[in-house]
Write a protein that binds this ligand. Structure first.
Ligand code: SF4
Length: 175
């Protein structure tokens, strides 16, 4: 099975891991980022994430795969372990599905079997293990289709939420 491509927006693009994360955070953010209106480099959260990686997992290498998924680090044990490092579990659902998508991508696009995922929260010494079963595979496929629909439609109306004040797009949405 191949991943759903954007049909009318940009025919060579695939859904990225970041877009799957944004789908659970804010549909406006997802649309803006997919349309290359990208201000996330200025965000403190991104810088904090990079520092976390450097401080807690200095020896681990990041993997950018096909410019589609950006895995914090990979370990080969009995299974292939895919790790994502996060600061807090506040956006756990977004973290969870982003990582499930990485696992799905490796399985479907790279024919890698027995992938398990871990979300690492080094600041609170928490680790969440994820496995990709058939229900999750179907869910990921349905999310991919919904993301493609959002991206190919008009920009979704911003919905104010607790995260807006820390979002890189705050001024664009609300000022
Ligand atoms: S400011 Fe709020 S509504 Fe706008 S993109 Fe960010 S999270 Fe979404």
């Amino acid at each position: 099975m191949t991943l759903k491509y954007y049909e009318s927006f940009e025919s060579n693009n695939k859904i990225t891991g970041q877009q799957v994360g944004y789908y659970f955070i804010c549909k406006t953010k997802l649309w803006l980022s997919a349309h290359k209106i990208n201000m996330e480099l200025e965000s403190d959260n991104v810088l904090v994430g990079k520092q976390l990686h450097e401080n807690s997992y200095k020896r681990e290498k990041e993997y950018l795969i096909d410019n589609i998924i950006n895995v914090d680090f990979i370990k080969k044990r009995d299974n292939i372990e895919v790790h994502e490092i996060k600061k807090t579990p506040k956006m756990e659902k977004s973290h969870e599905y982003q990582l499930l998508y990485y696992m799905y991508y490796l399985e479907h696009e790279k024919d890698i079997e027995n992938v398990v995922g871990f979300i690492d929260y080094p600041k609170i010494r928490k680790k969440v293990k994820l496995e990709l079963d058939d229900d999750k595979r179907r869910e990921i496929e349905s999310i991919i289709n919904e993301i493609a629909t959002i991206i190919n439609s008009d920009i979704p109306k911003p919905q104010k939420s607790k995260i807006c004040s820390k979002c890189a797009y705050f001024e664009l949405c609300w000022i």
